[in-house]
Design a protein around this ligand. Structure first.
Ligand SMILES: [Zn+2]
Length: 416
């Protein structure tokens, strides 16, 4: 399928780390083996955390990972209490210690102010919503000629390959989510792809009435598959609230809600992927408003509903732009994008949310609120966009005189 020599050469030139996730369908026996693997990885993690916390409370030096690996994996396997650690791949246990290392590193870096503060590492529980184990190349996992995922001490697991991998992955993480579904997440160092040159440059306004509005006038709403998933989730939540506490039915309903949540998350991610890929393909440069700045203008409710989705979407735009050699601009400082006429630059003051179309008092252009904001985002980013998209009607003149108020004389538009 791939020439590995070619791939490794490309990867050293342009290494882009990408993650590819696929649904897994383990058999009953494989599910038991995976449960054992999750359990062993968790026990080693917790043992190591306990060893370090004990050392700290006794004023002893921080135990090194090599020492913990020997003590909590190699030696522990020889004791009756931990003999069962031998039933799983040793690599996932090593990787579990690595995870603890990075949890500590993030925690200490936070204390030193190198990154946002994080809590200290915490004990893992069987009840955690997400269970995961990681197999590196050392574990000798593979993809069989029949397209199954061969995992050491687990077996050949059925995979639903929804797209092809750009190169041979080195690591696979097997995840079980809160809805009881299994996924394989591959890390691939991929060669950057090149896209044909595209001329358009575009500004995007992320809004409440539409998911996104483009500076060329295109309005994009959530697709039907996402709205349907959201509807199913609401229904499941209502059903759950009607179930008696502690009843078996309530357990079942709770499971349904978890599934519906996962489906909404998946549908949303799929939509973000489709849209971000399309925008990056079709445009040479893309500009969005910084969400932290945008958030200031919103109510807390609106923020909580939309911001999570937006930042995931913007992150996709950013990495895809980097990957395909497109320009990505985040408009950082506060721009009153919905108050300025994109045709003549006049600042017209704030407008209540229900005002969807307004007329510029200076040049008479009739502007679509959202598209006008998108054009202003693009302009603030220094992109070459036309203001035409924002105009429901350009302002040809004498007819507008009455509305134009204090600026009766039309001014030449900068953008035309
Ligand atoms: Zn104007």
């Amino acid at each position: 399928m791939f020439s590995s020599a070619l791939i490794s050469r490309l990867c050293t030139v342009i290494g882009v780390q990408l993650r590819y996730s696929f649904r897994l369908y383990p058999s009953a026996g494989q599910r038991t083996a995976l449960a054992r693997a999750f359990g062993c990885a968790r026990v080693v993690y917790n043992d190591a955390l306990r060893a370090r916390e004990t050392a700290r409370s006794e004023g002893l030096p921080f135990p090194k990972t090599g020492k913990l690996s020997k003590q909590l994996i190699t030696e522990a396997k020889k004791t009756p209490e931990r003999a069962w650690l031998g039933e799983v791949s040793a690599v996932i246990l090593q990787q579990s210690l690595r995870d603890l290392d990075s949890a500590y590193k993030n925690f200490f870096d936070g204390l030193k102010g190198k990154r946002p503060r994080m809590g200290a590492p915490r004990y893992k529980s069987r009840k955690d919503t997400r269970q995961a184990v990681r197999f590196t190349a050392n574990a000798r996992w593979s993809i069989t000629p029949g397209g199954k995922l061969r995992l050491p001490k687990i077996g050949d697991v059925k995979v639903k390959w929804s797209r092809s991998l750009p190169s041979v992955p080195s690591t696979v993480t097997v995840v079980k989510d809160s809805a009881g579904r299994y996924f394989a997440s591959f890390v691939v160092t991929g060669p950057a792809e090149t896209l044909p040159e595209a001329t358009p440059e575009i500004g995007i306004d992320l809004g409440l009435t539409h998911f996104a509005v483009l500076s060329d006038g295109t309005k994009i709403d959530s697709p039907r598959f996402l709205r349907r998933a959201e509807k199913r989730l609401k229904k499941a939540q209502r059903a759950l609230s009607r179930k008696e506490k502690g009843s078996k039915n309530r357990d079942r309903a709770r499971h349904k809600v978890a599934r519906a949540h996962a489906q909404v998350a998946d549908a949303r991610r799929e939509f973000h992927h489709q849209l971000s890929t399309r925008l990056i393909r079709e445009n040479q440069a893309v500009a969005v408003e910084d969400l932290a700045v945008k958030g200031l203008a919103r109510t807390r409710l609106a923020k909580s509903v939309h911001d999570a989705g937006w930042s995931a979407f913007v992150a996709m735009l950013e990495y895809k732009a980097a990957r395909y050699g497109r320009t990505f601009v985040r408009v950082g400082r506060f721009e009153p994008t919905s108050q300025v006429c994109s045709a003549c630059g006049m600042q017209d003051g704030p407008k209540p949310l229900h005002v969807r179309v307004w007329t510029c008092r200076a040049c008479g252009a009739v502007l679509d609120r959202d598209t006008n904001a998108a054009v202003n985002v693009a302009k603030a980013a220094g992109l070459a966009v036309s203001a035409h998209g924002a105009q429901v009607r350009p302002g040809p003149v004498p007819a507008q005189r009455g509305e134009a108020g204090t600026h009766p004389t039309p001014q030449p538009s900068t953008a035309r």
